[in-house]
Design a protein around this ligand. Structure first.
Ligand code: UDX
Length: 448
């Protein structure tokens, strides 16, 4: 099928690339002409495993193309995926102005009926407003049907998540839209694609369910799912604080909890808390959506509060260990909001760095992928490609992102260059006993 993708960020590029790889003809557009120029030149503007490979293959096969001309893109596709940003506004509600702008473009440029698919994360009832806007902007034209198709991909594993979804959720007003979306996803649902992630045979996981519901329910499923995952992390972090007070081990506690399939072991890793461009803003948007209909989402407000306090908890551990922070050389290992991405949006590590710099610490940071982005925001800090250079002369090593590189770090070697063998681990990356055997002072979350 001929498909258009408007917005070439994480969701748009991964969606376009994977649907092209699955056999559809895809055109991508973005208001950032520079980003389109880069894509046309074969450069991928985001760091995401496998994405460059499939964009190149789809480009060579003539399955994907890019244009800065939104009209051209809009006229191309039978279905249009809206994948623009919905950043938080000052009150936490989602800013939908980019979606509205796309609606005006579609109404002005389309020359044939279109299925307009929301893929951006939006509050419930956005689709109904979008349908109304498209009708109004096209002066009563009825060539547009709106559907919702929320995305659940995680940064760092986005391509794998797209090809191996747990479920494909579509929100529609009519059966025809559901059938058209099923056709779009048929290659994924029937696993008729060359998987760029698993060379040879893909894991024999359960086939994804194709779930058809209303537009508002589909929109709500996204916010509710992300907010629940964030809630789970905050719950594990609250239990972690209790473990510290009661002399228990949060890892053993959450592991045992997770063995109950009603709870599940995933997303219960205690530590510095969640960041990234999804959880923090989706919780806020969900709380603010609930408030507009008189629902006080206290439980999510508590999850957000617990998450914000992770930084305080962490810095309390650092101050307690260092006594005086001012003038101390502190190495920060990891800046990205999680491993396997270069994304630093709402990354807990940046808040840690900002607060330490404020206290007069001499901050030396490293990250395998996110260094350039962080440098722009913190000119007063020192940045190192090599973690051992960041650790040189350090009075403390602070682990802020769970990169494999840091899991495998040679602490014997690191200990020799540090001024003090002290580790404050914000991601519970190591086994306390092992590091203590190597002569380290070791502090982490929820463990003795
Ligand atoms: C998330 C959702 O997982 C995804 O389904 C949705 O489409 C977009 O938002 P993402 O933001 O890429 O994806 O990151 P995710 O892997 O979910 O991690 C979010 C944050 O939670 C990270 O900062 C991570 O470090 C933290 N986290 C995750 C924990 O602190 N503990 C955990 O157990 C898991």
């Amino acid at each position: 099928m001929r498909l258009s993708v408007i917005g070439c960020g994480y969701v748009g590029l991964v969606t376009g690339a994977c649907l092209a790889e699955a056999g559809h003809e895809v055109i991508c557009t973005d208001i950032d002409a520079d980003r389109i120029a880069k894509l046309k030149a074969g450069q991928v503007p985001i760091y995401e495993h496998h994405l460059d490979k499939i964009l190149t293959a789809a480009g060579n096969a003539g399955k994907i193309s890019y244009t800065a001309d939104a009209g051209e893109a809009i006229r191309f596709g039978e279905a249009i995926f809206i994948c623009v940003g919905t950043p938080p506004r000052h009150d936490g509600s989602a800013d939908l102005s980019a979606i509205d702008h796309v609606a005006q473009q579609i109404a002005a440029e389309a020359r044939s009926p279109k299925l307009v698919i929301e893929k951006s994360t939006v509050p419930a009832r956005t689709g109904i407003e979008l349908q109304r806007a498209l009708t109004a902007y096209s002066r009563g034209g009825n060539g547009f049907r709106v559907a919702s198709n929320p995305e659940f991909l995680r940064e760092g594993t986005a391509v794998e998540d797209f090809f191996h979804p747990d479920r494909v959720v579509v929100g529609v007003e009519d059966q025809a839209a559901a059938e058209q979306l099923h056709e779009i996803y048929r290659p994924i649902l029937e696993r008729r694609f060359t998987c760029p992630v698993h060379t040879g045979k893909c894991p024999d996981t359960q086939k994804a369910e194709f779930l058809v519901t209303t537009i508002s329910s589909a929109e709500l499923i996204k916010h509710a799912s992300n907010s629940f995952l964030a809630l789970k992390i905050s719950y594990a972090n609250a239990v972690s604080d209790l473990c510290e007070k009661l002399g228990a081990n949060v890892e053993e506690v959450t592991h045992a909890m997770g063995l109950d399939p009603r709870i599940g072991t995933q997303f219960m890793r205690a530590g510095l808390g969640f960041g990234g461009f999804c959880f923090p803003k989706d919780i806020q948007a969900f709380i603010s959506l609930a408030a507009t209909v008189g629902v006080d989402f206290e439980i999510l407000k508590a999850a957000e509060r617990v998450n914000k306090q992770r930084i305080d908890r962490f810095l309390e551990k650092v101050s307690k260990a260092l006594w005086v922070v001012k003038g101390k050389r502190v190495a920060i290992l990891g800046l990205a909001f999680k491993a396997n991405t270069d994304d630093i949006r709402f990354a807990p590590a940046l808040e840690v760095m900002r607060r330490l710099l404020e206290e007069g610490a001499d901050v030396h940071a490293c990250d395998p992928e996110a260094l350039e982005k962080a440098k722009k925001q913190f000119p007063q800090a020192h940045f190192h490609e090599d973690p051992y250079q960041a650790l040189q002369g350090a009075h403390a090593a602070l682990i802020c992102t769970e990169w494999d590189q840091y899991k495998k770090l040679d602490w014997e070697k690191a200990g020799k260059v540090m001024a003090r063998k002290l580790i404050v681990d914000g991601r519970n990356l190591y086994t306390p006993a092992k590091l203590r055997e190597q002569g380290f002072e070791y502090v982490s979350f929820g463990r003795e």
